[in-house]
Design a protein around this ligand. Sequence first.
Ligand SMILES: [Zn+2]
Ligand SMILES: [Zn+2]
Length: 240
Amino acid sequence: MTPALGRALERFVLPNACVACDRAVPAHEPDALVCGVCRTRLRTVPEGCGRCGQPLPPIGPCRFCRDWDDALDRARSAVWLDAPARAMVHHLKYDSLPGLGTDIGAVMTRRLPRPAGGILVPVPLARPRHRARGYNQAAAIARALGLRWRVPVREALLSRIRDTATQTALTPEARAANVAHAFAARAAGRRSAPVILVDDVLTTGATLVAAARALREAGWPAVTAVTFARALPYDLRAAG
Ligand SMILES: [Zn+2]
Ligand SMILES: [Zn+2]
């Protein structure tokens, strides 16, 4: 099915309402799955740590990326994962709405700088999960970014060789152990480009770091990451 047809079908089976607040989507934006009010309620993550993008503590160095493997050079997220962003991610993942990738990609390109070059690589799902969902939500976002930024998307470059238990209830340390060695990357050729990983949410960064490690070991020269949303600092404390 073509993306345009998929989107038309989504529109047909869904009421013309915003996925985040149920208000009607304005008639002049018939394709939008998120209304303008919710889009303006999305809060941009302010520029913080040069490496991970997390706001810096009042004193001292960044603690957020302190334990990250150096395989991942840099990570940026467009918005905080609060109500509207959370609803968008939830519907993208669990309600068979890959078309939301287009809305999410539009939010990201408005709030993140366009990369100077490189290739976009979505964080893959393990095969059984991909099959069950029918699509990879990170790939839906990567394709939207690729169109807007005019950067190639290479979906097949990275695969998930091990499905990992859900990360939600794990401490940051346990998350890192849980995803280590979960990814395999195709070997970089002689003309390999910097990789920009794409994912829906950054929580502790453990998944992106593990994916970056696999890419670096396969010879890719540099790995950075962009995500749509970033977990709120108090959610992380609650997670341990
Ligand atoms: Zn709305
Ligand atoms: Zn940092």
